[in-house]
Design a protein around this ligand. Structure first.
Ligand SMILES: Cc1cc2nc3c(=O)[nH]c(=O)nc-3n(C[C@H](O)[C@H](O)[C@H](O)COP(=O)(O)O)c2cc1C
Length: 407
């Protein structure tokens, strides 16, 4: 160790890269990332009513802890679509680029290190083959983009790559106006774009340094393309090119959902369910799982928090499909609440993105550890020896909490 490194290591004010909460990860990501990259992770639509409700609704549920009766052994293992996972939390797909040079591969490594599965977005920046090499428990997320033939090509590529299943996302209405403003994302990272972004980047030297290091060491240049929308090895369209094609594609029908189930040799999840009638139709279409979700408040603003819609949907499908929940999970206690209301597991979006932004792969592992230990605390306080014992009676649920949409 050099003398300088030794002094730095010994410095008691040296920043500890470990963080204790997802809120702290978000603060650090905000400080570390250029404003446009950070704002792309904030995302959301219109007034942000649904984003706020997704997190606020969890706080309305109060636990009923015991004072004696905690169990010494507590089991958190479960499975999602046939994949055994060490805890009931998995990575939800997010099409976000340029957070770290390894991007989704960092996330996949972190999920694998913590024994859980990962959803890989259609808009991801890394090829599915690289992501599956880092975590074989990867589900490929598909948007209805380009029509049947194009979707089939992607399903076949995912299958050949070894994807453990498919997540089909159809809850997107191209509702993009944000009261707090959207980031300026360039079409490609050419000299003109770099010049425009320069004022944001110079004030984020640690972020810039990791990309500069990547260019030198790995001889890779940052790009904003989507490699999983084309055949392996082909140059994918730019993010906006793909987005434009998506806007021009006639939306999927229930027959199309059944067609995906028939044409993919493996389990399929339909993500984005908020209504009871849609959940029943998803069962009829033959999916293995659904995610009760409002796309993290990125679809129609004002849609109720996904946790409010969960229990009525769980009751309606009555065990015919696996039910997951995503939207607003920031703590292990949120995961416990989702499980008590009937979810098999929770999927996280921004929570791991903040971890990735704050500290790369280690930051995502840190977030998963926070959720695991928070869930464990809930099991201790509620005297449970397994996540399967969590139930509605463990929480104070306000009378007007649930939303029964589309009954
Ligand atoms: C920046 C961002 C990008 C996202 N991209 C996708 C995507 O490409 N595909 C998808 O199915 N869901 C996408 N989502 C939704 C997430 O999978 C998930 O439903 C949502 O983030 C959960 O809410 P949370 O962020 O409060 O955890 C995205 C969410 C965010 C915040």
């Amino acid at each position: 160790m050099s003398r300088l490194t030794a002094i730095a290591e010994a410095n008691p004010w040296r920043r500890n890269p470990w963080f204790e909460s997802v809120a702290e990860a978000q603060r650090r990501a905000k400080k570390k990332l250029p404003r446009s990259v950070y704002m792309a992770l904030v995302a959301g639509s219109e007034q942000g009513v649904t984003i706020d409700d997704n997190t606020a609704a969890f706080a309305e549920l109060g636990p009923k802890p015991h004072v004696i009766g905690a169990k010494a052994e507590r089991d958190m293992a479960t499975s999602v679509m046939g994949q055994p996972i060490s805890m009931p939390v998995m990575i939800s797909p997010t099409g976000v680029q340029a957070v770290t040079p390894d991007g989704e591969v960092d996330v996949a490594r972190a999920a694998a290190a913590r024994g859980t599965a990962m959803g890989l977005s259609s808009f991801a920046s890394k090829p599915i083959e690289e992501v599956i090499a880092a975590n074989p428990q990867t589900f490929f997320q598909v948007y209805w983009l380009g029509g049947k033939e194009r979707v089939l090509e992607r399903l076949e590529r995912a299958k050949a790559a070894g994807a453990a299943g498919v997540i089909l996302t159809t809850d997107w209405s191209f509702s993009m106006g944000r009261d707090w403003g959207s980031p300026s994302i360039p079409e490609k990272l050419d000299a003109k774009a770099m010049l425009t972004l320069a004022p944001e980047i110079v004030v984020r030297p640690r972020w810039a340094a990791q990309w500069a290091r990547d260019v030198v060491v790995n001889k890779r240049f940052p790009d904003l393309t989507t490699p999983n929308l084309v055949a392996q090895g082909e140059m994918g369209p730019t993010f906006f090119g793909a987005y434009g094609e998506w806007m021009g594609t006639p939306p999927a029908t229930w027959e199309d959902i059944a067609w995906v189930v028939e044409n993919f040799d493996g389990p399929v999840m339909l993500k984005g369910i908020t209504r009871i009638d849609d959940a029943r139709r998803a069962v009829d279409a033959g999916v293995t799982a659904i995610s009760v979700s409002n796309h993290g408040g990125n679809n129609l603003d004002g849609t109720p928090a996904s946790i409010r819609c969960l229990a009525p949907i769980v009751d309606a499908v009555d065990g015919q499909v696996e039910v997951l929940l995503d939207g607003g999970i920031r703590r292990g206690s949120d995961v416990a609440k989702a499980l008590a209301l009937g979810a098999r597991a929770g999927m996280i979006g921004r929570a791991y993105l903040w971890g990735l932004g704050a500290n790369g792969q280690a930051g995502v592992e840190n977030v998963l550890d926070i959720l695991r230990s928070g869930l464990d605390s809930s099991l201790i306080g509620l005297s449970k020896s397994s996540i399967s014992e969590l139930c509605r009676e463990d929480y104070v649920i306000p009378d007007d909490f649930m939303r029964r949409l589309g009954e």
